[in-house]
Design a protein around this ligand. Structure first.
Ligand SMILES: CC(C)(COP(=O)(O)OP(=O)(O)OC[C@H]1O[C@@H](n2cnc3c(N)ncnc32)[C@H](O)[C@@H]1OP(=O)(O)O)[C@@H](O)C(=O)NCCC(=O)NCCS
Length: 199
């Protein structure tokens, strides 16, 4: 988990989605300057087939639409561009969105393939989870990953999520439903994890 000071560095409210600063990342609203990097990194079947609503192939127009729609809250209430704190480079996206159940949010993330294996997804997920539990009246955060997605399952485990069951989710890129695993992190577990980290 991230340190307390990283959370305290969070600032600049964006409609309830504060900018989040971690050791190596800045999570902020996607903006138009991200278009080229977003279009390039998202146009990858290894990314698109692991998330539910990313078109494939992914065009520049898809990128501009995504940025515009995320700005007006049409995709999810809190969509972040995950960027490198040192040079501002766009690395991927992370977000939480409301579910039918008002006390549950769903977490999603992807990182561009050139940047895999550096711990960025875990670091970004920790920051978004911390923000959600600290600033919102939510009891649970859910996440789903394809049963074949070993890297994402590892991220999920590293965040303390507990396995709930299996199911099917539609994949836009594949044009069909795919089997997924469903995990949940509840507030009590999150508090315990935070305490363990402090100890
Ligand atoms: C899943 C994804 C977000 C991980 O991003 P990342 O920044 O590389 O993740 P991290 O570095 O924080 O952690 C990845 C972990 O998975 C492990 N991993 C990677 N590939 C693996 C594999 N084939 N089998 C088992 N573990 C694997 C890494 O070793 C690492 O674990 P470790 O820290 O214990 O060594 C990235 O691969 C991605 O964007 N994939 C496509 C989109 C996607 O799957 N999104 C999630 C949808 S649920």
């Amino acid at each position: 988990m991230e340190t307390e000071s990283q959370d305290e560095d969070s600032h600049h409210e964006r409609g309830g989605c504060p900018v989040l600063v971690t050791e190596r990342l800045v999570l902020r609203a996607p903006h138009i300057e991200d278009t080229d990097a977003l279009a390039y990194l998202a146009n990858n079947a290894r990314v698109a087939t692991m998330v539910s609503r990313m078109p494939h192939p992914y065009t520049r127009k898809d990128a501009t639409d995504f940025i515009r729609r995320s700005a007006i809250g049409a995709i999810g209430k809190c969509i972040y561009a995950v960027t490198n704190a040192e040079d501002g480079r766009f690395l991927g996206c992370c977000g939480i969105e409301p579910q039918d159940d008002p006390v549950t949010l769903e977490l999603g993330y992807w990182i561009g393939e050139p940047h895999w294996g550096n711990g960025y997804a875990t670091e970004a997920a920790h920051a978004v989870i911390d923000m959600a539990f600290r600033t919102r009246d939510v009891e649970c955060i859910d996440v789903r990953c394809r049963v074949t997605n070993l890297a994402s399952r590892r991220v999920i485990h590293k965040c303390g999520f507990q396995f709930q069951g299996t199911g099917m989710v539609n994949s836009l890129a594949l044009g069909s439903a795919v089997p997924v695993e469903w995990y949940r992190l509840d507030r009590k577990t999150w508090i315990s994890l935070r305490s363990w980290a402090a100890a």
